[in-house]
Unconditional design. Structure first.
Length: 113
């Protein structure tokens, strides 16, 4: 029986959908659906965008990204987002989903200031 390596499995939005469902249970987040994405706000500020593919964007703020630059750069799943202060995370398995959820906790804290 052949075993497929992770690189041969096409990206799926399934894990992003699981993350979105999980985030709807978080009391500090308010979800909204648009034509282009599922978005989450905390205290009126958008901090998460999920465009429907296997990625999600998160507002971590530029100062935090600067402080964590080395750690974030070591993760091949994390790249710069669409604007300064945002990151983009590829969510292709449960480990990626857990990483993203952990980063959401950080984003909630840093955006609470």
């Amino acid at each position: 029986m052949a075993v497929l390596s992770r690189t041969h499995v096409p990206p799926s939005a399934d894990h992003v959908a699981d993350v979105a469902v999980e985030l709807t249970r978080w009391p500090d987040l308010v979800v909204s659906h648009t034509r282009t994405a599922v978005r989450f706000r905390a205290r009126g500020r958008e901090i998460i965008r999920m465009p429907g593919d296997h990625t999600a964007e998160l507002l971590l703020t530029a100062p935090l990204i600067d402080r964590w630059a080395r750690v974030l750069a070591d993760s091949y799943r994390v790249t710069p987002g669409h604007k300064a202060g945002w990151i983009r995370v590829e969510i292709e398995d449960r480990a990626d989903a857990e990483l993203f959820l952990s980063l959401v906790s950080v984003a909630l804290k840093v955006n609470d200031r």
